[in-house]
Design a protein around this ligand. Sequence first.
Ligand SMILES: *Cc1c(COP(=O)(O)O)cnc(C)c1O
Length: 387
Amino acid sequence: LQHHFHPDQGEDNADREVPTKDYARQYAGLVPELLEDIAEALLHDNPILGKAVQEFEEKFATAMGSAFAVGVNSGTDALILGMQQAGIGKGDEVITQANTFFATISAIRLVGATPILVDCLEESPAMDIDQVEAVVTPKTKAVIAVHMHGLVNPMSRIETYCRRQGLWLLEDCAQAHGAMDEDGVPVGTRGRFGAFSFHPSKNLGAFGDAGAILCQEFNFAEGIRQRRNLGKSGKHQQEVLGWNSKLDTLQAVVLNRRLPSLAKENMRRRTLAGRYSRALHSLEGLRIPTAAPGTTPVFHHYPVLHPKRDELGDFLLAKGVRSSLHYPVPSHLQPAAIDLGYVKGSFPHAERRAAQGLSLPMAAELHDEEVDRVIAAVQAFCQGAKA
Ligand SMILES: *Cc1c(COP(=O)(O)O)cnc(C)c1O
């Protein structure tokens, strides 16, 4: 049994593949405590909206510097319920960035609104604010800034702009739990709401789907609490239509165990990113990710760009390193967005990231030696590619 709790102990890792993610490693040290917590919940808590959910909401809000947090079923639902509560729907336009994960676009369309896309910057995955200003119309209701890869969108200029124009600023923080913007403000707390995902792959993951909304107004939080719970405002009282999208008690139990190590794990991600960046910054053909000045990123991914991305990926795999793609098809070229009228060439920077982007292994539980093996393999490829 002990062996299962500590899969790394006493093993020589030199020949093991460097994984992109390894859930067993994440849970290895937590199993005994977690089993106790689960037993406690099974015997003494409510399976629906139990004490563990309330405890998590309070602790997550505090950890994120937010007045309120409301737990929901997923990051996608967090976006949908948040937009509905903000009164966004049919006939409205919502601006977001073409390089986002498609769930942002799905959520906008599922509330009945139209996504209006802008490109990211050339030098970073942050949204191009000049383009936002160019596409605002009288129908625009909101701007969703997406903190892609755990790199942070600079927020103060877009916030000022949205305030002046009377637009809601919303944040998709599914990849950026605990990151801070250029003014030291935690992501998810500047706008009307911040949407978070606890999909197992995220910086803070449950053992299954889960999500949360951060907001600063009591009434907004209460509205979300109704909408996630079938729209009920009392036991038998129904004022709005609602999804059924509650954070499960058992997922909250897992999240309560994992939340205390989030800050340390984010620090570890920054340390590993620094290790990558110092070793890889001057390789020919390779572009490393750079954080906007003054921001505190949390490196959900470590995305490099290389013109021969596919060859680099194959080369790494042959060397026992598993990389991944985030994301090879930009949102505006997905079949589910084709009727929006964008074409190849609409957003060149997002398209380049899709064509050239490769995420190197990045996880708090990676060992230094594993990162060094990744570095050696990337260096070998770039030096070979040059020759
Ligand atoms: C993961 C993710 C989502 C969706 O979260 P789910 O919990 O999987 O629904 C939304 N936006 C971004 C940027 C994401 O990375």
